[in-house]
Design a protein around this ligand. Structure first.
Ligand SMILES: *[C@@H]1O[C@H](CO)[C@@H](O)[C@H](O)[C@H]1NC(C)=O
Ligand SMILES: *[C@@H]1O[C@H](CO)[C@@H](O)[C@H](O)[C@H]1NC(C)=O
Ligand SMILES: *[C@@H]1O[C@H](CO)[C@@H](O)[C@H](O)[C@H]1NC(C)=O
Length: 357
């Protein structure tokens, strides 16, 4: 058994203990409104299930006459109450018992007229609010009950009379900002009703439209082209750029490039020199990282790191987070296998506009 498996077994009793301690406190977190909501939900489930049922043997005229119709019969109520009690946890069960009279009254007199949840949990017990209302007085959520938070966020504490300090405020979806979620966050741009993320190829991710064409300015190592927007500069093919040493191969990468020593050459004191074949024998398997490669640092925003175009980092991307660098093959011994086309592969995905940048 691997060490990890043994550790897990060792800790299993502890985890179980932890769960036993935590479980009741997790249940305790259920708000009074949630308890009432649960109870009425279970009750209504069984109410719905028994709709159209009869006394079992088929409603004979005799049964109807002596017992009343099944729909409003004691028999049906008892059945619903029993099934609800089975589904209920402790608090839900107590509430079911406490509200027995209220439930009876609703069942016999108003089952076709009012909504049980609304009547019991909202109006009678005052534990809940109707949808998109919050707090002791069931105030409307920001932006109104029809489309609170501009439809771009969640109204916290909605539906409950419990008040915590965030209740009645909007928690905006990714990319949205403002008390009504009606503005776009930094690095997002408005497109109709929505906010879309600026391309990661934009400098400081300011843009006028999504995609690399919408950038106000391009990141270091990229240039604005009419057709594709911000596009990687192939420094290796630019005059006056790339690598000067004829013993080096120039390897372009997204936003940058590298100078790699040609086959049989190694970087010593910054220069490519013919390798000592004897010395290289034991080094061959583990070439020292960076020893043969001279990396050209991008001066943009200090870190010189660039987004990996293939990655879908999604929503919580921050511009300071460029951690994935497209690394060309780092070996002075072998001719780099990366072709220029491979390393600028991203531009296709960018141009398609479907990427997450
Ligand atoms: C019961 O039925 C009504 C109407 O058919 C429906 O709106 C409601 O969601 C159902 N409730 C449950 C808990 O199944
Ligand atoms: C959200 O808006 C506030 C005020 O309008 C602003 O100070 C803040 O920087 C914005 N946040 C983001 C992430 O855009
Ligand atoms: C381009 O990138 C895609 C996904 O990022 C990959 O599947 C494909 O093989 C790449 N094409 C080339 C020519 O490298």
């Amino acid at each position: 058994m691997p060490a990890g498996g043994r550790n897990m077994l060792k800790f299993a009793p502890f985890t179980t203990l932890l769960l036993l301690i935590l479980a009741p406190s997790l249940l305790a977190e259920k708000s009074k409104c949630d308890v009432c909501k649960d109870m009425t939900k279970h009750f209504m489930e069984h109410f719905n299930k028994t709709k159209g049922h009869n006394f079992g043997g088929g409603n004979t005229a005799w049964e109807e006459k002596s017992l009343g119709t099944y729909a409003t019969s004691e028999t049906r109520l008892v059945e619903i109450q029993e099934k609800t009690a089975k589904k209920c946890d402790y608090k839900c069960g107590s509430l079911l018992e406490d509200q027995e009279e209220f439930l009876e009254e609703w069942f016999f007199k108003r089952q076709d007229k009012t909504d049980l949840f609304e009547e019991l949990c909202v109006d009678h017990l005052k534990r809940c609010c109707l949808e998109n209302r919050w707090g002791t007085d069931c105030k409307e959520c920001p932006g109104g009950v029809v489309s609170p938070c501009s439809g771009k966020g969640r109204c916290l504490g909605e539906g409950s009379r419990d008040v915590d300090k965030q209740a009645g405020t909007c928690q905006c979806n990714n990319g949205y900002n403002g008390t009504l979620c009606d503005s776009c966050r930094d690095r997002y741009v408005r497109v109709g009703e929505d906010c879309e993320e600026c391309s990661k190829l934009c400098k400081s991710q300011k843009c006028t439209a999504p995609g690399p064409k919408g950038c106000v300015e391009c990141r270091m190592g990229y240039e604005m082209l009419e057709e594709t927007g911000c596009t990687d500069i192939n420094e290796c093919e630019r005059e006056g750029m790339g690598c000067g040493d004829p013993l080096e191969n120039c390897v372009n990468s997204a936003g940058s490039y590298e100078c790699v020593c040609k086959k049989d050459y190694k970087r010593v004191d910054g220069k490519c020199q013919l390798e000592d074949l004897y010395a290289s024998e034991d080094e061959e398997d583990e070439p020292t990282e960076g020893a043969e490669t001279k990396e050209i640092e991008s001066k943009d925003e200090g870190d010189g790191k660039l987004p990996d175009e293939g990655s879908e980092e999604g929503d919580d991307f921050e511009s300071d987070d460029y951690e994935e660098v497209i690394e060309p093959e780092k070996s002075g011994d072998v001719e780099p296998k990366i072709s220029v086309d491979d390393s600028i592969n991203y531009s296709e995905t960018e141009a398609s506009g479907k990427d997450e940048l």
